[in-house]
Design a protein around this ligand. Structure first.
Ligand code: PRX
Length: 637
């Protein structure tokens, strides 16, 4: 099977782009016609960004797993759908053909049904990167339950917040997770998260590390036992539950500029069409290619480009349990060689980290199977881009710099591998169907081609978020109110004379640490939970490997003799409240913060100090006490 809607030339890109803007409904309905629908749509699109309300393929019925699994069984049943490389390279890898994956998903649907899971129920998934994670996700989709995957690096408190927000009555987890040399006790973290929660009906626990876990009678069941029951009963096929195109498929929590993460909701029809279209076009996937996306399924990149995008395209997707630097910094390259990876999709932070080990880890590694490289999650600096291009791609693999967000479901701005031109450090051109604009501070669209401004989108694409779970008004204020009539991305961007975009980073109080999105307000709230802290302010600063590091200015109450000790305690508090990913890299103790007379912290100044830009702080006349700034500069870390 080749893909009728795969763009093959620059000329065709412009032609398709033009068509998608002139006739979006015609454009997307043509693409959607290549999927399996139980019932066709009555209307392609209805939308209004003021409410906001976006409905794609209105009235259509489908199940996304019929598109990811069933439709491939006839001609690709024995082709690998999912390949899995374990944390420990000495252990056995696994290959799931489409037939086998289908069988496992169906059986696990029976497990879910036997345990009371129904269409519309929320299921929280907290698992390591093992095939059962993908199986759990797909089984939820098949039964019509709404999955909410929580990344394994989040703390019990974070899980508990998400669980309550989504009111998830079911949890799928495992005893533990292997990550490099570490064992993470997932089930025990879930147990902590469940203290005081009385609405959870079932916790399904898969075995992975076999550390002892507590299993509560009536609530906790083993994945393997439940699976065996299904097999003993001889149950195999599980008919996919019919979903409306606009029924929620999943919730994925992400940080914003307020303290509380938002549950981004994506729906079945639009999400499917958009992730599939962007997968096939960005990576120029060819039948038989091995696609290796190194993200965790706990993030949107894993949802869209390990699971749904590739599988809906009948592709072979490789999933990796471990980390790039264990047992050594050549791990990715060994994997590329072992599986003959053709497409490698990773994050700039991983590239920078691996680059710091020099070329030794590449010694003796055959990377000649690679055809296409990709990056995602943060701006890529030219040095890392060049290193990736020269050493990994051997100067013959195009690099796609894909810009997008949890809220967008799939890639919005990117070059198409080998089809549209790359420009180091630039995401380049919008996907067909996407209408980006730059607006100035007042919300006016900037007409000049060469410009810089805040990046907004003025027309819906099928993957745009539909709401934030349980609080639609929050969705409106967070994304559709800053510039009425537009979806505001929160990013700043440059545009060159050819219409290429370069994303310059967030313009709101959101940090991007190792490609992970973290709200400064969230980190501040966590720091302020520490008993000795009166107040804190968190900003980002440039970090060689992580892209951005977390710099915290903290006011303590009373005397703390041992600063190092207090720093460690604060870090521990943040790990407990959010997770280790949010631990500040630097904590500077201060006696005061620069505030305006109305009590607002002037973060601009704190950012400059953290960035070591001590030359000028701009207008400081509104500061309550200008002396504070000098004191903070003196104590800079
Ligand atoms: O600031 C942009 C940055 O990551 C943010 C989205 O984060 P998240 O929802 O966690 O999704 C990450 C994976 C899609 C964006 O607002 N970002 C993402 N990709 C790029 C990027 N910044 C620059 N270049 C990119 N290619």
């Amino acid at each position: 099977m080749s893909y009728p809607y795969q763009i093959k030339s620059l000329e065709q890109y412009y032609e398709q782009y033009e068509k998608s803007v002139q006739d979006p409904e015609g454009f997307w309905s043509e693409i959607a016609s290549h999927f399996v629908w139980r019932k066709k749509w009555d209307k392609v699109l209805e939308w209004n960004f003021e409410e906001p309300r976006v409905e794609w393929f209105k009235g259509a019925k489908l199940n996304i797993t019929e598109n990811c699994l069933d439709r491939h069984l006839a001609d690709k049943g024995e082709q690998p759908a999912l390949m899995w490389e374990p944390n420990d390279p000495e252990n056995h890898h696994r290959v799931f053909t489409y037939n086998r994956l289908y069988e496992h998903v169906c059986k696990f649907c029976h497990v879910l049904a036997n345990n009371g899971v129904k269409k519309g129920d929320r299921v929280l998934i907290y698992m390591p990167m093992i095939p059962r994670l993908a199986i759990a996700v797909l089984a939820c989709a098949r039964i019509g339950a709404i999955h909410s995957v929580v990344f394994g690096g989040f703390s019990a408190q974070s899980i508990s917040d998400r669980l309550r927000d989504a009111r998830a009555e079911f949890i799928i987890t495992s005893d533990g997770a292997f990550r490099g040399q570490k064992d993470i006790p997932l089930k025990s973290i879930i147990d902590d998260a469940l203290i005081g929660v009385d609405f959870v009906k079932k916790v399904i626990v898969a075995t992975r590390t076999r550390i002892p876990v507590s299993m509560l009678k009536g609530r906790d069941v083993w994945w393997e036992d439940e699976f065996e029951k299904v097999e003993t009963l001889g149950l195999s096929d599980f008919p996919a539950v019919e979903m409306d195109a606009e029924d929620p498929l999943f919730i994925l929590y992400t940080s914003g500029s307020t303290g509380k993460p938002k549950g981004v909701v994506h729906t079945c029809g639009g999400y499917m069409v958009y992730t599939n279209y962007t997968f096939i076009n960005t990576f120029q996937y060819q039948p038989g290619d091995v696609h290796f996306c190194t993200a965790d399924i706990g993030w949107i990149t894993g949802h869209s480009y390990i699971v749904y995008g590739p599988l809906s395209a009948g592709a072979t997707s490789l999933m990796f349990e471990g980390i790039p630097t264990w047992p050594d910094a050549g791990r990715f390259w060994s994997i590329v060689q072992k599986y003959n990876v053709n497409i490698l999709y990773t994050a700039p932070t991983a590239i920078r980290s691996l680059m710091s080990y020099g070329k030794d880890p590449l010694e003796g590694k055959n990377l000649s199977s690679l055809r296409i490289l990709g990056t995602v999650g943060e701006p890529i600096n030219e040095e890392a881009w060049n290193w990736y291009y020269e050493n990994i791609g051997n100067k013959k693999c195009p690099i796609v710099d894909t810009w997008w967000q949890t809220e967008t479901a799939g890639i919005l701005i990117t070059n198409l591998a080998g089809v549209t031109p790359a420009k180091a450090g630039w995401a380049t051109l919008p996907m067909p169907g996407l209408q980006p604009v730059l607006v100035d501070e007042k919300g006016n669209e900037i007409e000049e081609t060469e410009a810089s401004g805040n990046l907004c989108i003025k027309f819906p694409w099928p993957g745009i978020l539909r709401t934030t779970y349980g609080d639609h008004e929050r969705c409106r204020t967070a994304y559709f109110s800053a510039y009425p009539g537009y979806y505001f991305t929160g990013d700043g961007a440059l545009r060159d004379a050819n219409g290429n975009y370069k994303i310059t980073g967030r313009v709101d109080d959101v940090l991007n640490v190792s490609g992970h999105r973290i709200g400064t307000a969230e980190v501040e709230n966590a720091i302020n939970m520490h008993a000795g802290v009166v107040e804190s302010a968190v900003v980002g600063y440039p970090h060689d490997v992580k892209g951005q590091g977390i710099y915290a200015y903290v006011i303590l109450s009373g005397k703390h003799l041992d600063e190092e000790h207090t720093r460690n305690d604060i870090n521990m508090t943040v790990s407990r409240i959010i997770g280790p990913i949010a631990k500040p890299d630097k904590i500077q103790f201060v006696t005061n913060l620069p505030k305006t007379r109305s009590g607002k912290i002037m973060r601009r100044i704190l950012r400059k100090i953290a960035e070591n830009e001590l030359g000028s702080f701009g207008d400081t006349s509104t500061l309550l006490d200008p002396g504070v700034v000098e004191e903070i500069v003196q104590g800079k870390l």
